[in-house]
Design a protein around this ligand. Sequence first.
Ligand code: CA
Length: 452
Amino acid sequence: MSQFLNQFSRRKFLLTVGASAVGSVFLKGCLGNPPDTTTQVQQVSAADISPAQAPETPKVKLGYIPIVEAAPLIIAKEKGFFAKYGMTEVELAKQASWGAMRDNTEIGSGGGGVDGGQYQMPMPHLITEGLITKGNQKIPMYVLAQLITQGNGIAVATKHQGKGLELNLAKGGKGLFDQLKSSKTPFTAAYTFAQVNQDFWIRYWLAAGGVNPDTEVKLIPVPAAQTVANMKTGTMDAFSTGDPWPYRIVNDKIGFMAVLTGEMWKNHPEEYFAMRADWADKNPKATKALLKGIMEAQQWLDNFDNREEAARILSGRNYFNLPVEILIEPFQGKYDMGDGRVIDDKSMAAYYWKDEKGSVSYPYKSHDLWFLTESVRWGFLPQDTLANAKALIDKVNREDIWKEAASEAGIAAADIPASTSRGVETFFDGIKFDPENPTAYLKSLKIKKVNV
Ligand code: CA
């Protein structure tokens, strides 16, 4: 432990010295990754790669956002798990925002963008259908693995402490929204990108508590890093994003955490690893090599003895550029919520490989369906999306490639799901999502935009 702290102090000193150089890099959409010479990471050695599995290219460019969802990509690179399977030239490109990630996916690495990387859902489906790209250009993508479960939360400004903004808003918190709306300063909350995970989590929380997110709240997209500043100046009442940002709010005493997403939906699907289909089709062995590296990183991350090292790597200057302490406790399932509540429960931590519900890494098609169903709920996608959902999911979700990669990597059969469905999902308010009947789920929800 003392050795660890020594390393941390040295690192902090070096961070201070290098701060101005890093600042200028933040101006670009794609932030790049200056090499961090302060971190000594023990890498695994390369495996004997059979010619049948040797990747077509060792080179790929993957985009990521500096939140804990990106950990499998960063760990796979830093611990040598990508290199072990022949992917020796993986470039991880830090993105300034999800909009930048979408744009860089659209132009591809050939145009200075990326070949794939980390995505919120259903971004790969929306990009495939040309719904969020410039000129509605259709860029087919493959969802290849889930990166993480849990690890997200909703942070609220300190001024709203003690007003009932907790998991169940119906217990009293709803009154604040009514009051703010009638005073013409509606509750303003941010998510990091419209119509994907973080937007869904805050909408679910509000609607479950009787607050209509479309009529009683002002929801706007703001990049996570900027939201901290907006909360400080009082222009933002709440925001929804991944660690370390909600926890940072607590640490900097700007706000408190009203809810962890794991409290709303235990073991919920979170962000995904996806690639442009053209890259994966051209490089099928390299795609599986990337998956093998990610799977190994996910298993490494789920060993809680490795999490202090993980926090040290992720917090580094070339990745999150944050004090390491902000990551250490949440990684152990310990959250000081900032309003007197402390959660100390390992089952509430972020998981990467498997959790109490089964595989985390395997991309269940039933979860793609939930994201599309929730898109229909809020009018983001037309109602007939559900009739065509199976075809779209079958095209985008390539769980078959995940399974091939898992078999080649010698993953135990017990860790390879037999079904593409995780079955019925249950939310904190008792609502159930049966992937066999998404319409019944929509009918059971009181607040929604769709007419079912
Ligand atoms: Ca997230």
